[in-house]
Design a protein around this ligand. Structure first.
Ligand SMILES: Nc1nc2c(ncn2[C@@H]2O[C@H](COP(=O)(O)OP(=O)(O)OP(=O)(O)O)[C@@H](O)[C@H]2O)c(=O)[nH]1
Length: 230
């Protein structure tokens, strides 16, 4: 095998202030930083070694002005992460627009890329404006993955979202095999994955991590649930 690692390009899209940069920085550095320059668009690279598999994830944290050319990220992407804030209805509307735009592009370009809809800022539950069911419904409409998370807390959840997209790309490229598992309720799609309620004790947290690992290797495509094996 050649020494070149496989690369996966993930584009983050969403309204201003939903946490695209926070999620990117959390995934790349495991840290949560309060302030970012909103006008910077950049690509960040992370070298991963998961279950003995080495690969590179490139993350484009977009900043979009009305007149900017969206072809730059549409062509570059292997997968899309469309982010909204669960505390802002308008950001959910923007997420719908992005999902529609991406789906239309993929259809016209005869391209097949995984899309994940991500409801961020779940630590601000008391300000919630978008129900989890609304998020799941939108994701299902576009055959997308669905997650709720917060960039402000556990790194593992954020990592799980990026890895979920990498797994979906690998599956589409035929780099992984899969097994149909639709009647195994433990492995239902990522559309059922949500952030656990807090406060939680350490035993629950450990349980969540185990569950997270299981979920990270299972997902839904064409309304069927699959588990991925290396
Ligand atoms: N409480 C909370 N705050 C968050 C979370 N994610 C991001 N923030 C905060 O929300 C603000 C905006 O976050 P950014 O990551 O800059 O959002 P963005 O989507 O990149 O915004 P633009 O760069 O303007 O497009 C910052 O003050 C973050 O600290 C989260 O999960 N929880």
């Amino acid at each position: 095998m050649s020494g070149r690692k496989r690369e996966y390009n993930i584009v983050l899209l969403g309204a201003l202030g939903v946490g695209k940069s926070a999620l990117t920085v959390k995934y790349i550095t495991k840290r949560f930083i309060m302030e970012y320059d909103p006008y910077i668009e950049d690509v960040y690279t992370k070298h991963e070694d998961v279950d003995g598999q080495e690969f590179v994830v490139n993350v484009m944290d977009t900043y979009e002005k009305d007149d900017m050319n969206s072809q730059r990220y549409l062509r570059w992407a292997d997968a899309f992460m469309v982010v909204y804030s669960i505390t802002a209805r308008s950001s959910f509307d923007t997420a719908k627009e992005y999902i529609t735009k991406v789906s239309e592009y993929l259809k016209n370009a005869s391209k097949d890329c995984p899309i994940a809809l991500v409801g961020n800022k779940c630590d601000l539950e008391r300000y919630r404006q978008i129900s989890k069911a609304d998020g799941q419904t939108l994701a299902c409409e576009y055959d997308g993955l669905f997650y709720e998370c917060t960039a402000a807390e556990e790194y593992e959840y954020v990592e799980g979202i990026f890895h979920g997209l990498v797994h979906a790309i690998q599956l589409q490229r035929g780099e992984r095999s899969l097994m149909f598992i639709s009647d195994d309720s433990r492995y239902h799609s990522a559309t059922q994955r949500g952030r656990p309620r807090s406060p939680r004790n350490s035993a629950e947290k450990k349980d969540d991590k185990t569950q997270n690992k299981k979920n990270a290797t299972s997902f839904k495509l064409f309304n069927k649930s699959f588990k991925i094996f290396n």
